[in-house]
Ligand binder design. Structure first.
Ligand SMILES: Cc1ncc(COP(=O)(O)O)c(C=O)c1O
Length: 380
């Protein structure tokens, strides 16, 4: 088998990441809430239009922080898609909440907004949505349901930095939002995340939970003389070394997304012929969504074709990969009583999706090679 020489993802230096890491060291503070953390948070608040952004150690931790902040308790139910990463569920399951899974739409692969209401019970506390591949959920309808039933709305916008629903940035619309800065995302620092808060009532307590249950943030601002243990909490503060790297990337948000758009459009336009011949389906972007070009996927006609194509590409040195194994039919999902057949579209789609390499440093010649191989697979 040929060695894979086009990986699925490849992190790279894009701006002043290394310069800023040195600068953080020179400033004499590399733990949390230093100079670069403040710069990143201010940048995110201004650019994406959110009252408070707090950097965290990951998006998973931002979601855990949200679950604590909203006082979710054992037996509370949360509504979420099953076609997502474990953290969307785990952050709430850790508080004892019960995941209630909803099927996805067959066009955007986001939670089907028309199937949410039938899952709401007296125990429902929150709707947790995922903007899959950086393409927005149908927010008007989902917000209307959340409002009608008095539910929290949490946006797991792990993949969605820079993407919009109408004129609003994803992650800034619901009660609480979160982005991921894991190396596979558009903007990264290795492992990292941010919690986004628009409601003043949550800001002070979020700072406390993030700082091991102490009011240290207030102390660092010089508002109190000593800090104390005042609440439950954990160690969710990002190191300033990582924030320095992250700031180097945030500054390049525009050029990163332009490059990704170009790669995305090239895939899309070049594969249209195969779509028209009904060999595969391409992503759908509704008119209300401005994507951030996070993921480019194709949907094959069967799981067998997906596996054949995936293996064929590996033989050609290209790593294309599937995506989530639906949470409801994973070992944990089964413990909650779910079984195969409960969410037909999620199950079927998860076996047919294939994500193609898409990253900042992917070269034109490499993308042409990938596209040629896909065409050869179908046409020859
Ligand atoms: C939808 C979704 N939520 C949460 C996460 C977790 O993000 P992190 O790795 O920053 O904890 C991911 C990671 O890929 C994700 O895709």
């Amino acid at each position: 088998m040929k060695k894979v020489n086009i990986p699925f993802n490849k992190p790279s230096l894009i701006g002043n990441e290394l310069k800023y890491i040195k600068e953080a060291l020179a400033r004499g503070k590399i733990s949390g809430d230093g100079f670069f953390t403040k710069k990143c948070q201010a940048f995110i608040e201004k650019k994406f239009g959110v009252k408070k952004a707090l950097l965290t150690t990951s998006c998973t931790h931002a979601l855990e922080l949200a679950a604590i902040l909203l006082d979710l308790k054992p037996g509370d139910e949360i509504i979420l898609p099953s076609f997502t990463f474990t953290s969307t569920a785990n952050a709430f399951v850790l508080r004892g909440a019960i995941p209630i899974f909803v099927d996805i739409r067959n066009d955007t692969l986001n939670i089907d907004e028309n199937k949410i209401e039938e899952k709401i019970t007296k125990k429902t506390k929150a709707i947790v949505i995922v903007h899959y591949a950086g393409i927005a959920c149908q927010m008007d309808k989902i917000m209307q349901i959340a409002k009608k039933h008095n539910l929290y709305l949490i946006e797991d916008a792990a993949q969605a930095i820079g993407a919009k629903y109408k004129n609003k940035y994803l992650g800034t619309i619901g009660t609480i939002g979160a982005y991921s800065f894991h190396e596979t995302k558009n903007i990264y620092c290795g492992e990292g995340g941010v919690i986004l808060l628009n409601d003043d009532t949550y800001i002070e307590r979020a700072e406390i939970i993030r700082e091991k249950g102490t009011n240290r943030s207030k102390f660092l601002r010089g508002k109190i003389n000593k800090y104390h243990w005042v609440d439950i909490g954990s160690s969710y503060v990002m190191s300033d070394q990582l924030a320095a790297f992250l700031y180097g990337q945030l500054e390049k948000t525009r050029s990163i997304n332009l490059i990704r758009k170009k790669l995305y459009d090239t895939y899309f336009n070049n594969l249209l012929e195969l779509k028209n011949k009904e060999y595969l389906q391409l992503p759908f972007i509704p008119s209300y969504a401005t994507p951030n070009y996070h993921t480019f996927y194709i949907i094959l006609n069967s799981s067998e074709t997906r596996e054949h194509l995936r293996m064929y590409l590996i033989k050609k040195g290209i790593l294309a990969i599937s995506h989530y194994i639906p949470l409801h039919i994973s070992p944990m999902g089964k413990k909650y009583g779910y079984k195969k057949g409960d969410l037909p579209f999620t199950e079927n789609l998860s076996e047919r999706i294939l994500r193609l390499p898409l990253y900042y440093s992917l070269q034109k010649i490499e993308q042409t090679y990938i596209l040629n191989q896909i065409h050869k697979f179908f046409i020859l």
